[in-house]
Design a protein around this ligand. Structure first.
Ligand code: PLP
Length: 484
């Protein structure tokens, strides 16, 4: 500011300064009650005498442009300013169809009003009370001191190299053959999926997936203009016969599957079925997008290898996962593991869109993982979630007259009621009693599932889980009674 003031010959300098300041005030560049530089500062800044500034300020004060407060300095008075004309645009007229669709599908905007006492079964986010903030702080300080200021500069679109190497090894331990495979770090699973969907050619514009499935994935498929075909699920994963029939009848661009703690059903696809699925997709030469978001949250039995590990050296599986459920969703760190030729192209899309995921976040996460805090956290979190899971299962069996309940672990259960019961009507009744859950229809590809709902228990206290389930059970029994 003030560096565009140029003294010209012919007129006294104090008048030139006065007019310059007047213009600054009337143009709105100096705001009402803004403090002006002291006469000493301004004379130094403009290389003019202090007396010149004093005289200009005195004149401006006399003309009402500025006012002085003893011992504090000079300030801009309230004067008429000429502002740029304001215009009122109607932004709704300028919004495109894709954005209207995103708005229409945005469940967050349609959430119910809540108060502190409401029991929320709607969330499947981790319980932040479990986060070990002290170790995270330690990881932050350690990594900052190792990396120094470079960590705050631009990084690489592919991601932070030590984290990529850590994850490659992590996936190798899960049984994945990482030969000719590479990783792209993304802002959570959701960005990974968005990048993949933006990058693949739409040959027939059709996707095949489990029915029901992850709502955010459905939303992205729709926003990318894909037609979605859902296959019903058995208790051990997708119904293979129906899948095979659909694959034989029509062509698809790819399949999207959530083999472990599927959202919303909580079903874990059995090992045998994973093998069967891989055989089937190989037969139809179809790429698979595997969503591995939750697979660490197994409370009993041994770990089930992801589909990508069954692919061996094959390259038809694009595995996308994140630390959102197993650690901290707020970090927004996820990864895509796939054929290195595909990652090569995805890297350019990532660079074009967001340049890269925050290096600081990736580096601190890497330090946290490398120091072994993750395993400790996971052990603790799993024991807490296991208890909540067991309580939820026990009390659902006790209080809710369901037709089918699924959920082999993870952070939620899925309930199917008698056909005649509309879960949104049940939700209305439960809401009056201070309990809410996610109506199941939002997860279905074909508008069905009106008699289903998802119960997320991860963030609730044990007594809230029991109390909430009892409320749902009582309201449901009342509805069933009224229908008799
Ligand atoms: C099926 C599924 N995949 C992935 C995610 C995680 O997405 P993000 O990493 O973008 O938070 C979720 C979160 O709820 C999910 O339900």
């Amino acid at each position: 500011m003030f560096n565009d003031f140029k003294v010209t010959g012919g007129r006294p300098v104090y008048i030139q300064l006065k007019e310059y300041l007047k213009r600054m005030i009337t143009n709105g560049h100096l705001l009402v009650h803004q403090k002006l530089p002291s006469t000493r500062e301004l004379s130094f800044l403009l290389s003019i005498s202090r007396n010149t500034v004093l005289t200009a300020y005195a004149d401006l004060e006399q003309e009402g442009y500025i006012y002085a407060i003893k011992g504090k300095g000079n300030f801009v008075s309230q004067v008429e300013t000429s502002k740029a004309p304001t215009i009122e645009l109607n932004w709704s007229d300028k919004i495109n169809d894709q954005t209207f669709l995103a708005n229409e599908l945005d469940l967050m905007k349609k959430g119910v009003n809540w108060n502190k006492e409401t029991i929320f079964f709607t969330s499947i986010a981790p319980d932040e009370n479990l986060f070990d903030v002290d170790n995270f702080k330690r990881a932050f300080i350690n990594r900052m001191s190792i990396e120094g200021n470079a960590i705050l500069n631009y990084g690489y679109a592919k991601g932070y190299k030590p984290l990529i190497d850590y994850l490659l090894h992590y996936m190798e331990i899960k049984g994945v053959d990482i030969t000719n495979k590479a990783i792209l770090i993304t802002n959570g699973f959701t960005e990974g999926l968005d990048i993949v969907l933006s990058s693949l050619k739409k040959n027939n514009g059709r996707i095949i997936c489990e029915n029901p499935t992850h709502h955010s994935a459905l939303k992205l498929f729709q926003l990318h203009g894909f037609e979605i075909h859902g296959i019903k699920m058995d208790d051990d994963g997708v119904h293979v016969k129906h899948l095979e029939q659909s694959l034989a009848e029509r062509e698809y661009d790819f399949a999207y599957l959530i083999p472990s703690y599927h959202n919303p059903t909580g079903i874990v696809t059995s090992s045998e079925k994973r093998m069967e699925l891989m055989d089937l997709f190989s037969k139809f030469n179809l790429p698979i997008i595997e969503d591995g978001f939750n697979e660490e949250l197994r409370y009993s039995g041994s770990h089930l290898a992801p589909l990508i590990s069954f692919a061996g050296l094959g390259n038809n599986v694009i595995y996308i996962s994140s630390f959102s459920k197993i650690l901290f969703p707020g970090l927004r760190v996820g990864w895509v593991l796939a054929d290195k030729d595909l990652i090569y192209y995805l890297e350019s899309v990532k660079r074009a869109r967001t340049i890269h995921t925050s290096t600081l976040d990736q580096a601190v996460l890497y330090q946290y993982l490398q120091e072994g805090y993750f395993e400790k956290y996971l052990k603790k979190a799993k024991s807490v979630y296991k208890k909540k899971y067991e309580i939820a299962v026990q009390y659902c069996k006790l209080y809710i007259p369901f037709k089918r309940m699924t959920g082999d672990g993870g952070l939620h259960l899925f309930i199917e009621l008698e056909e005649t019961i509309d879960s949104r009507k049940l939700l209305e009744k439960c809401y009056q009693k201070g309990t809410v859950f996610s109506p199941g229809d939002v997860f279905y590809t074909d508008g069905s599932g009106k008699n289903t709902f998802r119960l997320g228990f991860s963030r609730l206290k044990e007594k809230e889980i029991i109390q909430g389930i009892k409320i749902i059970g009582d309201e449901l029994k009342n509805m069933m009674e009224a229908k008799k």
